[in-house]
Write a protein that binds this ligand. Structure first.
Ligand SMILES: *Cc1c(COP(=O)(O)O)cnc(C)c1O
Length: 369
């Protein structure tokens, strides 16, 4: 019996490194509310991303939700349903109406050839998602947003460490939001960040993550509590020192998967995008059963039988969630629907052994009838 392999495994610094990092917290007794660790991580990330403005949050979701709130929007937001619950929930929890655009069949991000057809006089913003670290068609999105004077907020949760034409993904749109959840390429246990252009917006956003408090005697926003604490920031400081090495190790795993699975009939992999420095965040495989000879379900079951976790990510589509009571017509996003029914993300983390990658590929390929 071999050990179970989960779909992901959080990277961790050496225990000693983390203990060293949190020692000052025992000196200061300052545990949260924008202490020195928070400030240090913010400064390090600003440098890492090469952006002028960044703020940290308890998680990626609050970065998204409060960024939308700080934009003070009303009406419709064009987004995609092939994403994590968080993206759509951030829109709906702000009292905004999501309008679902279909996704590109090659890179799974917003299909920009359809985007304009969804714009009405109620549209206020576009919320695209860099799915699996595939960069959205940012130039076209920017052109359209500019033409119709729409705000753009990127869900950049999957893109930590990526650049497009040499620029960090943190630099696109009015705001780009990251997740530093334990399962992401870079994490702070739980955490997130918003990178943004406008400093005035940043002030509003900063207040909203601290209950809308402007100063001791003035609360002028209905904010939440979304401050990253010192222990999470300390974890981030440690992980950031090793993130490039983590990404390189992930790259080795992905290269092995590609060697084994690229070109197999009925199998679609992530595209290799031009001008992109990738972060190897996920390894999605789309199985076309007619050609491949097995369904995604059969592959998932075969892996599970050997103690290997693969994830139907993203399934179900957010526009089919029970909580929306059929408000959205899933037939309007047929490409996303097809992908959600055929995709499986295979295990991927920095220390995944290449012989385990081979074993996973053997099991996948043996599913063919
Ligand atoms: C992880 C993730 C989020 C939410 O981030 P949390 O830090 O878990 O709140 C949002 N969008 C996408 C696409 C994600 O993968």
């Amino acid at each position: 019996m071999t050990d179970k392999i989960l779909v992901t495994r959080s990277s961790m610094p050496l225990l000693e490194e983390y203990i060293d990092e949190i020692k000052d917290i025992w000196q200061s007794h300052w545990l949260t509310n924008m202490g020195t660790k928070h400030q240090a991580l913010q400064a390090e990330l600003r440098r890492f991303f090469g952006v002028p403005n960044i703020d940290l949050f308890t998680n990626g979701h609050m970065a998204l939700e409060l960024s939308l709130q700080a934009m003070n929007l009303q009406g419709e937001v064009i987004t995609t349903p092939f994403t994590f619950a968080s993206t759509t929930h951030a829109i709906v929890r702000n009292g905004l109406t999501p309008v679902f655009c279909d996704v590109d069949p090659v890179d799974f991000t917003m299909d920009v050839t359809k985007l304009e057809s969804f714009i009405t006089d109620r549209t206020c913003a576009i919320v695209p998602v860099h799915v699996y670290g595939n960069i959205c068609h940012v130039e076209e999105i920017e052109r359209i947003a500019h033409k119709y004077e729409l705000k753009v907020l990127y869900d950049a949760a999957h893109t930590f460490g990526e650049t497009y034409k040499g620029r960090s993904t943190a630099a696109f749109g009015d705001v780009s939001c990251f997740s530093f959840h334990a399962t992401k390429v870079f994490h702070t246990i739980e955490g997130g960040a918003a990178c943004f252009r406008d400093e005035e917006f940043g002030k509003k956003l900063y207040q909203l993550k601290n209950f809308g408090i402007k100063n001791e005697e003035c609360v002028d926003g209905v904010g939440a509590n979304a401050k990253m604490n010192e222990f999470c920031a300390a974890m981030g400081l440690c992980n950031l020192r090793h993130v490039e090495e983590e990404i390189a190790k992930r790259g080795r795993v992905v290269a092995r998967y590609r060697e084994r699975l690229a070109g197999v009939p009925g199998v679609q992999l992530n595209p290799v995008q031009a001008d992109v420095k990738p972060n190897y965040a996920y390894f999605p495989v789309v199985f076309e059963e007619d050609v491949f000879g097995a369904t995604r379900e059969e592959v998932a079951d075969a892996l599970a039988a050997q103690g290997i976790g693969a994830r139907k990510y993203f399934y179900p589509l957010t526009n089919t969630f029970e909580c929306f009571h059929g408000a959205f017509d899933v037939e309007k996003t047929p490409v996303a629907l097809h992908l959600s029914r055929h995709v499986l993300t295979l295990p991927l983390y920095a220390d995944l052994e290449l012989r385990d990658v081979d074993r996973i590929c053997d099991i996948v390929l043996a599913c063919r009838r």
